[in-house]
Write a protein that binds this ligand. Sequence first.
Ligand code: NAD
Length: 474
Amino acid sequence: MEEYNNIINGEKVQSGSTFGVVNPANGDVFAICQSANVEMVDQAVAAARAAFFEWSKTSQEERKAKIHAIGDALEANMADLMALVTAETGKPMSGLNGVGSGMEVGGSIAWTHYTAELDLPVDIIQEDDIASIQVFRKPLGVVASITPWNWPLMIAIWHVMPALRAGNTVVIKPSPLTPLATIRFVEMVSEILPPGVLNVITGDASIGEALSKHSDVNKIVFTGSTQTGRNIMQAASANLKRLTLELGGNDAGIVLDDVNVKEVAPKLFAAAFHNNGQTCACLKRLYVHESIYEDLCEELARLAKTVVIGDGMRDGVELGPLQNKAQLAIVTDLVADAKANGGRFIAGGHPIEGDGFFFAPTIIADLEDGHRLVDEEQFGPVVPVIKYSDVSTIIGRANQNESGLGGSIWSSNVTRAAALAQQLECGTAWVNDHGAIQPDAPFGGVKQSGFGVEFGSYGLEEYTSLQTIKITKN
Ligand code: NAD
């Protein structure tokens, strides 16, 4: 069985203690990973600190070139990385609506090249006979990246590339459930970057905690659950670390009475079910006007019953298993609660028998705000469809949830929809789409979905601090 190592200062490092990585399609351990310990956290941070001085002094052009070289290396290893992502996450190679490991690796390549080209221009505030005032963007130092299991490689890229582009050095800790593609990526990068610029250490919450409170880490970029985000924020306070927290979402989709049901149903279905609902910005609560409610429920149920489920390595599979057993238990529990509260099951509703962590795509009608499946993030292939009659109150209802990652309005009247979208309390609001992200548009949450943004210039700036230089001339 292949063994994967921590990489510190460009070297493979072993602790002697290991854990197995499970393929969620069959429940079997298929790879062994070395687990880091707290001493290795210190070593990794020290290596990143030692590398920072030289790396932060490299020219913009040099860093651009290195990051493009990383993009090229990802592309050269695309097939291998896709197979690893599918094996460790369960997501299909292609997947529903093209959302699979091909998109994860392809997106990683695209984001890398786009981020390479971003600039951090000097802002000239004043330039005259009296004074010169210029504002510079400087790197922060050592950035710790802590990632979840749903999009392990893509999220690693989202964290690491802007950090490096701005001149920081990085220690990344992937989820112990999905460390492999990240380790393979760091191995490849070790041939491109100087030692210590990018390090990877693996392990559970204790390793994340050690990073979060480490006095020589300057920033944490974290993607994961809201509760872990709170823990990190607390631990990070000792030395006032900068934070970007991309946390859980419970995105509402609001369907107005004027849509063409047959046209929107596949789009809504894909927005809720791609990656088995295990995407932060999946559509997780669907509010549908009463005039089209039954028709849309019927269409969604038809799609749920015909979607192709199976091992993601197999051609044509659209949905794989859930990534882990604990998530399967969360989904099963929320579905049981929906049943107990009178939910009308129009598709699915049960785990699929076998060794893998499969759950039948599930559509539940007749739930209300206040039911757990509506109020809590399910992170699985289950969507509650909620009936409403009054458009004037529906935005307020959607906004009552404590999450604020994304939201969407669906309508044939774009002007009407855009006006409602602006009233949603969330970081991104889509019209006639949901969850569509791109490397040049900022993405992040409000309320309990976190703070800070990723992508584009706005995202890059989060890896810098401002320095104002004033030269007094008279
Ligand atoms: P999680 O919070 O359990 O774990 C995420 C990472 O944090 C893992 O690497 C874990 O080992 C580490 N960790 C756990 N406890 C820690 C602690 N006390 N200190 C430091 N690190 C710690 O989340 P998960 O279950 O891996 O991911 C699912 C969640 O992530 C969902 O809520 C989902 O919505 C959210 N998510 C959000 C986004 C976004 O961009 N907003 C993207 C993907 C996932």
